[in-house]
Design a protein around this ligand. Structure first.
Ligand code: IMP
Ligand code: MG
Length: 181
């Protein structure tokens, strides 16, 4: 298996991720019955791999849409400063909406999205997050579907990047601290 020099160790391997994504899809499919279809809103770019796998395991009607937010520079970002740079194409009003995010860190991003989307009057609004770093949380945000809790390390792969690198690794690996510190 390809393991770049910058990767310290594998936190979650392909099989572990795939099994959990299938479980989440089963849970989501059981919870949504709206024949009009669930709107899955993926947060670019990090969530694209997770969303692609998740949506292919859903057994309920669904639409995929995306939004993009301002990039996140750890340490340099003003806490809570989130900017929407690409909005959804579908109208979220009166639709069941599920936000799909790669990782929950401080919580500012998801909190911003929840407030923004709630104002549009969806029939329901929930969150599905692959990874969470509870130690880093600054704002409390509700997570309805969670993949894994992880320690406070910078992770890459399965869509997650470090300066746009390592997104396409099939596993989730922790970067060597000297790479990002
Ligand atoms: P929050 O607003 O602090 O919760 O940040 C969430 C965003 O920060 C995520 O959507 C990711 O883009 C990014 N992020 C936080 N931690 C990591 C990580 O360990 N690897 C890659 N991206 C991360
Ligand atoms: Mg992200």
């Amino acid at each position: 298996m390809r393991i770049p020099e910058a990767v310290d160790r594998i936190l979650l391997d392909e099989e572990t991720i795939a099994a959990r994504v299938r479980e989440l899809a089963t849970q989501i499919s059981a919870d949504y019955a709206d024949p009009a279809g669930l709107v899955l809103v993926g947060v670019l770019k990090g969530a694209f791999v997770f969303l692609a796998d998740l949506t292919r395991h859903l057994t309920v009607p669904n639409f995929v849409d995306f939004i993009a937010l301002s990039s996140y520079n750890r340490g340099t970002t003003t806490p809570g400063a989130v900017r929407l740079i690409m909005d959804t194409r579908v109208n979220l009003t009166s639709r069941p909406v599920l936000i799909v995010e790669d990782i929950l860190d401080t919580g500012y991003t998801l909190d911003y999205l929840l407030r923004t989307f709630r104002a549009r009057g969806p029939s329901s609004l929930r969150t599905c997050v692959l990874l969470s770093k509870p130690e880093r949380r600054q704002v409390k945000v509700p997570v309805d579907y969670l993949g894994f809790e992880i320690p406070d390390v910078w992770v890459v792969g399965y869509g997650l990047d470090y300066a746009d690198r390592f997104r396409t690794l099939p596993y989730i690996g922790a970067l060597k601290p000297e790479v990002y510190e």
